[in-house]
Design a protein around this ligand. Sequence first.
Ligand SMILES: *[C@@H]1O[C@H](CO)[C@@H](O)[C@H](O)[C@H]1NC(C)=O
Ligand SMILES: *[C@@H]1O[C@H](CO)[C@@H](O)[C@H](O)[C@H]1NC(C)=O
Ligand SMILES: *[C@@H]1O[C@H](CO)[C@@H](O)[C@H](O)[C@H]1NC(C)=O
Length: 346
Amino acid sequence: MKALVALILLVHLPTHEAVPAALPAPLRCDDPESEAAAEVAVSYINGHSHHGYKFALNSIDNIRVIPQGLNNDIIFLELDLLETTCHILSPTPLANCTVRSFTEHAVEGDCDVKLQKLDGKLSVLASKCHSREDSREDVARLCPDCPLLASLNNTEVLTAVTAALNDHNGRTADAYLRLLEIGRAKIQYHPVHIVSVEFAVAATNCSVQEAKDNVGACQLLPDDQSNFGFCIASMVMRPLQDLKVDCQLYGHQPGVIYSQPGHDTSAGLLPSVVQGFTNHNLRLSHNNPVASESSSSEFPISMLLAKSVAKRAVAEVAQHDKVPRPVGFVPPPPPPCPGKIRHFKI
Ligand SMILES: *[C@@H]1O[C@H](CO)[C@@H](O)[C@H](O)[C@H]1NC(C)=O
Ligand SMILES: *[C@@H]1O[C@H](CO)[C@@H](O)[C@H](O)[C@H]1NC(C)=O
Ligand SMILES: *[C@@H]1O[C@H](CO)[C@@H](O)[C@H](O)[C@H]1NC(C)=O
């Protein structure tokens, strides 16, 4: 027994001595630990998103760690994400998804995420996101000829989607496809009038011939056989009409389900959630039900304060750079946050 106590003391003593008087230095946005937390957060966000596209990390805007005890931290992250070209139903891993370029009219996501790091293991407790298209003025200023995002319920967009799906269904030897949702649409007016659309589809239990006989009886395949896909189409309206359609089915992916927006499970063309919008809002607000602490999703006001401090720090560094540097000048360390921009600033 004595030996055991001595052993415990021996094991504990050095740790006690090592406890620093001050708190450890706060995490910086670009620290590997922050990036690891952001990766878990982004994966969680995409895993809980049901419409539109997968989002990739653009920058870590802020991080705040609140120690709860030994090897137990609560981490608040503020992330800036960008829309990729992979639909949320696509099996392509996020690392292989291309971020939409600025000239394609980017969509940005802002997320607040609360994580717990317990014994080195990260889990998301809550997340809150919001997405929006890049400013139309900014895109037009840098790229006057770039077509901009159009409303998902725009009449020309609906016409193009219907024509494209009919065209594909008229040619395919595979299953008759039904529209799940329009992902994004752009309309260019000059020099040619082109409507470009992207939409998610799913196979029904009908062949094209069966659909011709009675389209009303064609149902989406049940979850254990579901087969989702994605189409890209462009319809030239003027001067000459032309239609190009490319649809790809992903094949059955166990566990991947499409949640119909609202109660609109009819053959209705448009999910009601996107009426009048140009993108599916990453309006994700989620408390992780399996997390130990799922009661609150509040994000501390102090994060907002920290954000403005970080902005000021950037401004001060910029100011500093204008002053001629004396010999032997050591530039100040970069501000802890926001972190580096991985793709582009919008
Ligand atoms: C993703 O990219 C990696 C590396 O470029 C490649 O090896 C892999 O096959 C890709 N996976 C998919 C599903 O495209
Ligand atoms: C598709 O499924 C529906 C509902 O189960 C059924 O009524 C219909 O006959 C099926 N169609 C074909 C072609 O199997
Ligand atoms: C699109 O939806 C918005 C909001 O519901 C509505 O005001 C607008 O008239 C719709 N546009 C078209 C072309 O249906």
